[in-house]
Design a protein around this ligand. Sequence first.
Ligand code: SAH
Length: 237
Amino acid sequence: MALRGAPDYEAERAEMVERQLRRRGIQDERVLEAMGRMPRELFVPEAVRRRAYDDSALPIGREQTISQPWVVAAICQALELGGDERMLEIGTGSGYSAAVLSLLAGSVVSVERIPELVAEARLALAEFGAENVELVEGDGTRGHEPSAPYDAIAVHAAGPEAPRSLLDQLADGGRLVMPVATGPAAPQRRRRLPRSVGTDMLTVFHRVGPGEWSQGTIGPCRFVPLIGAEGFEPRNS
Ligand code: SAH
């Protein structure tokens, strides 16, 4: 039983799965189960831990956020994972989405550009006990060639377009899910870091054959910018 005043994270997690995910269209039972098992409180800083199951993104430092639970679920569902996939993730952040993906795929390589976040995510993933996740520090817009090709790729930051390197590192039949910056401002925003990230379109790219991709949209969302050689340029450069 929870102590008076102490948060009952297990109950909050079960409620999150019902109210934020199932009732809002997440139907993939494996995704619902994985998110029902994953202690999100391990991946958020002490200062916001009590809000771990809020229906929102939360700050994790260095101007970055842990994504809203529904967004993580929507990305996982769109990847249509069966359990054996070799996955690439761009934007480890807190490590939460990597941890969820570790339950849904065979192996996960996750790339993050901010070294401090890599270090913190490594600790949180070890605390949970995820053994099939490899963390890589670097520019994920270039992908991670040593383990390519990947059956599925998830990008957790919004770029001007799908990086060509990522599309190329996708296996035939594979899927890439990524928020693409949209709207009338998109051409001006291209390759320049937007002041505030506006609406992005969560988009799924399906590699149907060599050099051939089909594309569909999942819905509008808001993400932090994807910064790198095949993304936006960093501020002050
Ligand atoms: N999936 C994360 C959400 C992180 S927010 C979670 O569950 O917590 C997006 C992350 O993408 C940020 O940590 C940001 O630093 C990172 N990022 C932005 N551009 C990147 C790039 N080119 N390569 C790797 N990571 C990048």
